[in-house]
Design a protein around this ligand. Structure first.
Ligand SMILES: CC(C)(COP(=O)(O)OP(=O)(O)OC[C@H]1O[C@@H](n2cnc3c(N)ncnc32)[C@H](O)[C@@H]1OP(=O)(O)O)[C@@H](O)C(=O)NCCC(=O)NCCS
Length: 221
């Protein structure tokens, strides 16, 4: 994948390149994880060099980063899975982020992680990274993009709202969540809640499975 276009930050054009990441990018990708997932997010869930090496060995096409002004500004990492409606955790579906579970014959592109460096947020970069997956599912003739969204606004209200009501209040516009709302704006729609999805205190360990259906997908069987 190679795509170059402009994003805007306070009217300043930012020339942005979307490309696959390689070993030369690992140190910067790990730095971005530290900036994106501060405590209380568990630091043992940040990428390690071993995991990043495994991504580019198993599915190099699905390991994507954005470069702005010669630095890595964000990344999105995926694998292919066979999805038949099964409940799952992040750990089991991604083999704890190593993507050894990647199945080239599967039907869905699954998002392991999306991270945008704080200084490049709200420029449309997250959306652009997500759109790069829509290109990929169309090219690979897969059925959908899927992934469990964090819902980091939930912990603060969990004593008054069930997770179902929390999601409902986002969908009907009563409140916003930093990740669920972002994903909705980037084209994803909710499928179902996944309890104990990830060790993620801010989300009370919930994930919200969200999808984007490939409009060009044709069932062959
Ligand atoms: C979530 C994240 C990737 C968003 O990246 P981003 O580059 O800032 O997002 P964009 O600029 O593309 O935003 C797209 C839309 O979502 C909205 N949005 C982004 N962050 C938002 C937030 N915190 N709250 C509400 N809306 C938000 C933007 O305003 C924009 O709306 P618009 O289309 O109406 O202009 C980024 O905040 C991040 O890296 N977070 C930490 C890591 C993380 O939790 N990743 C999710 C793992 S499941």
């Amino acid at each position: 994948m190679l795509l170059t276009q402009y994003l805007f930050q306070a009217d300043k054009p930012l020339k942005t390149t979307i490309r696959n990441y390689t070993e030369a990018d690992f140190n910067e990708l790990i730095d971005i994880q530290k900036e994106c997932f501060p405590p209380p997010f568990p630091s043992d869930l940040w990428w390690s060099e071993d995991q990043l090496g495994s991504h580019i060995r198993h599915f190099p096409q699905g390991a994507i980063c954005a470069e702005i002004n010669g630095e890595i500004a964000g990344s999105i990492t995926t694998l292919i899975i066979t999805y038949k409606g099964q409940d799952h955790t992040w750990e089991e579906i991604t083999d704890n982020g190593s993507i050894v579970t990647h199945d080239p014959h599967g039907n869905a592109l699954y998002v392991v992680d999306i991270s945008v460096r704080p200084k490049y947020r709200k420029t449309g970069l997250g959306k652009l990274l997500m759109q790069s997956l829509y290109h990929l599912v169309v090219e690979l003739k897969l059925e959908s993009v899927l992934g469990g969204s964090r819902m980091p606004g939930y912990e603060r209200v969990k004593d008054k709202l069930t997770p179902e009501h929390y999601v409902e209040s986002i969908l009907n516009g009563e409140r916003k969540d930093p990740v669920v709302t972002f994903l909705m704006k980037a084209g994803r729609t909710p499928v179902k809640l996944l309890p104990d999805y990830l060790d993620d205190p801010e989300s009370a360990n919930y994930g919200l499975l969200m999808e984007w259906k490939n409009p060009f997908f044709e069932k062959t069987k």
